[in-house]
Design a protein. Sequence first.
Lengths: 542, 347, 366
Amino acid sequence: MRLGLMAVPVAFFAVFFAYPVTAIVGRGVKTDDGWQFGRIGEVLSRPDILDVLWFTTWQALASTALTLLIALPGAYVFARFDFPGKQVLRAVVTVPFVLPTVVVGTAFLALLGRGGFLDELWGVRLDTTVWAILLAHVFFNYAVVVRTVGGLWSQLDPRQEEAARVLGAGRFAAWRRVTLPALGPAVAAAALMVFLFTFTSFGVVQILGGPSYSTLEVEVYRQTAQLLDLPTAAVLTMVQFVAVGAILALHAVTVRRRERALKLVDPAQTSRRPRGAGQWALLGGVLLTALLLILLPLGVLVERSFDGPGGYGLGYYEALQSAGGSGSTFLVPPLEAVGNSLQYAFVATLIALVVGGLAAAALTRRAGPLVRGFDALLMLPLGVSAVTVGFGFLITLDKPPLDLRTSWILVPLAQALVGVPFVVRTMLPVLRAVDDRLREAAAVLGASPLRAWREVDLPLVRRAVLVAAGFAFAVSLGEFGATVFIARPDNPTLPVAVARLLGRSGELNYGQAMALSTILMLVCAVSLLLLERIRTDRSGEF
Amino acid sequence: MLSLQAATVRFGKRTALDAVDLEVADHRIVCVLGPSGSGKSTLLRAVAGLQPMDGGRVLLAGQDQSGVPVHRRGLGLMFQDHQLFPHRDAGANVAFGLRMHGTGRAETERRVRELLELVGLPGAERRAVAALSGGEQQRVALARALAPRPKLLMLDEPLGQLDRSLRERLVVELRTLFQELGTTVLAVTHDQGEAFALADRVVVMRDGRIAQEGTPLDVWQRPASAFVARFLGFDNVTPATVTGLAADTAWGKVPVPEGSPQGEADLLVRPAGVLLGAPQDGLRCTVGVRTFRGNHVTVRLTPENAPVLEAECALRDTPDEGAVVGVRFDAAETVVLAGDPARQDSP
Amino acid sequence: MNTTKKYASTALAAALGVTVLAGCGGSDDTSAGSGASKGSGSKTVTLVTHDSFNASEAVLKQFTKESGYTVELLKSGDAGAALNQEILTKGSPRGDVFFGVDNTLLSRALDNGLFTAYEAKGLDRVVDGTEQDDKHRVTPVDTGDICVNYDKKYFADKKLAPPQTFEDLLKPAYKNLLVTENAATSSPGLGFLLGTVATQGEDGYEAYWKKLKANGVKVVDGWEQAYNEEFSGSAGGKKAKADRPLVVSYASSPPVEVLYADPQPKEAPTGVSTGTCFRQTEYAGLLKGAKNEAGGKALLDFLISKTFQEDVPLNMFVNPVVTDAKLPEIFTEFGETVDKPATVAPDKIAANREQWVRSWNSLVVK
């Protein structure tokens, strides 16, 4: 049964991840004379590579710490407080996550750069400093923490903390000793994700850091796509692999140590309006942070999309409207780009949910070493460059029946690789927290294991599924790397269209890029909002 | 020890605590009894400081507690479902409060051992919380609450989730324990048996107000209202008009004790006061379901054109189901209830 | 549980899935398709290219009318990534013709034996010096110049003459005014570096860059940031209050600024320092192992036809490679002629590129 569940995810990862990546790395390390392991030492002793390794590591650590510091209060506020506009805000803070970095770079410079907010207020400029990179990483990953940690937090029984308070623990002590340990797996999962994203950061480092900062991922891209120095790229890919593997192993250990059945309660019962000056101040602080760090940069994009040469207006949007009729293969009508994006994102989400859902279901049942290894394996795609996967596809999926090199399905497949870990990570903690006796009760009442899963686990984890689906959807909606590297018939998605417009001089092009980015933001926010709606409207149905 | 003055808590339009005054003297065990939604849990939470009050004061040992945060009130609270910390073993759960109060390591260990022995779980320090049975979790929760030597121990439905025999045994144990330790206790429960067995004083709550307060015997013998009577499990309550030593009811004339209030009131007839005789003797009733209660039997009687009556009889005197009997009443077992008869509600 | 509702939602989800698959599949039908359908007699020819490739639909239809072949486009990343993907799939290409290898990458393509030799019809009309392979493995298609652009308003306000040559850029008057791109990751950045190598010599370019650095050159990672964020003459730069009036961009950027402005200005807002240019030539070639060789050859012929060549400027903002193609008015009116662009031979670039970039990197970036 368990093996049956695992067959699909295992096959998926073997064919669409392990094989292509091994093949492209193999090309780098193996020549006609056999394996060239000596190259590893050679590459790793180059001072420029060592610089890259050092920078990659410390900026990822710093970014993760900073993100947790800023986003954990946010997770708390979203989990425990009711305030008007909460749903909308939760969707909005997720928007950065799906925006292409090209666009975000522009927006973020408005906060940190010349004439930016900080510059105007205090004359502080942080662009091209490492602070810009760190803060942009917070901007991108805020939602990761708020959603993964906040999701579980809202389901923790507040009376656990009250019990500690009555026993003499202060507010913070109660949180640290009771809630934090219960949140442990979720915080670890979120921190891990943030670390992975920042460790493998690409666009942010390029745009905001300038050429003096380079991460492993940037270097792999340069060595593969620009220089075709496959040996160096292979070594770097392996280094990144080992690093990511080590982090995942560490994570597996922490999660295992803290695995236990949590008593989850209905999130609707745990949140209420803030009480007292302290709580209002906390809410205010979190809202202000979100405003400055997330809404302001997004607002700049929107503002610029309306700010035409003749004052504010819809000029750029009208220009987009007429783009379809210009007869060039360059521009696509925005509606078509939206359609392309939604189609890819839908298919990718579907794949990610099926593969990730089956994997999570299989992993819930038992925790043998084999299963745990598989758990970690599912996360590996997050640590591998899109260019490595894309180039791997090229040299492996070239024979029937799997000659997919020119097929549109490659794009959602590559996007799903990144989506699956999200699905598994979000669903697994909740699935594991489901009381086994519920499944037993269902079995006694005549439900087959599959049926029991559908009747018991699925309704209970619906929320987690939706959160996971939202993530997978959002990720593929804004996905740029795979979409642009993987050859495809020319049906550009929103991020690709934005990048094309930004790649040209001319006021109209720039304005249209801003307008299209605004549309992308809107599409994303609306999709996420719809997901949240579905959740609240239908929670009583199952 | 504890004094509540006009304590008021509102949830939106609903008033959960309506100007409640309550005193708990040192070393006494007070039990708040009431149906769910009567505000008894809110009362505990307000005392603990977990629930901000909309009015009134909480005084502990004469000190006003407004502005004192939960963790500085020096109380113990046992939650309804224990709320043991799942990530800590039994010993660490008991030690938690001690650590919060800065107790030294050796002293903590000694005290944990002592408490686990006290609650009948010697050597259970390293056991995982999830591996404990319901009764064992109960004991650990109690040990945890007692460990920091709280000024006042509060119990929220302390035995609610346990099975009957265990509950009955634990009630006795708890009372003995609290008396030995001299602990001041404020407990809430919906189970009158538990309350009467445990408490020195019983407080019955209804809709955020105190309906009656007194010793268990007082309350049991002289319920203050139809509500209290019904809540205590008495079903033979009916409107009556009292004149002299007799009350006019649906069951006919019922004798009442001397000095009973006159006029319209509710009348309670305890089942022991419903005496069975020959059919022609008194109110004619048909015998219904009989419930065996160890040393006696409860019998449901259906009179003609009157509400059902409950009677208590000795095992050997129990009539057969379907038999027709005559009913008389014993004045010593009837109580004319105070309170406005119009406010009566059916159970 | 509400069974009816459940089935309804399952059906809905299934229907949605089918629609989406059909939708995507629809675009598949009209494009590349799978290898199986493409025999030698196939009526489609697949052009593999980079993301910046562009042509008018009418011109592509014209090709279909003339030759009977329909062009299918397969875009994959920027110029470097697109070429490297071709190298990886050598012998089993995804298409028939590859377009978009420039002189900085040409040797890599030729050394890897990507292309089958074919002498396109009309090759005698191409501009001198653009043809770099006497075996005709590649056909030149367009040329473009990477030059310093300047913000006209800034220099007019300051009553300062804009710089014209590489040497000018070292003058104190232009201190802290220039922004360029990372030579390691950006094509114009590399072009500008190669321009300095060509004009200052292999021995002199390092000294030049030291001086340029002392004169306050700023390096950002890509053209987008340089042009849209740092350059005061662009629309984005104005909004970002950019303070660099000199940027490494293209000779065609000023006419593009005019073309994409509404209303159209009388004069381009930016100008070109014509003495700072490096010339790029882009080539196309017939891929070895192409399934439709005949169609590929027809397409190569078409790429240097007058029809396609005259379509090139307004789609890719580069210059036609054949002498008989007329430039659109907007180019002649607002563009500037680059007379003597710097060039470096492709084999020399191939041999030294990595070392030049590395030393540039350690000089300027670190």
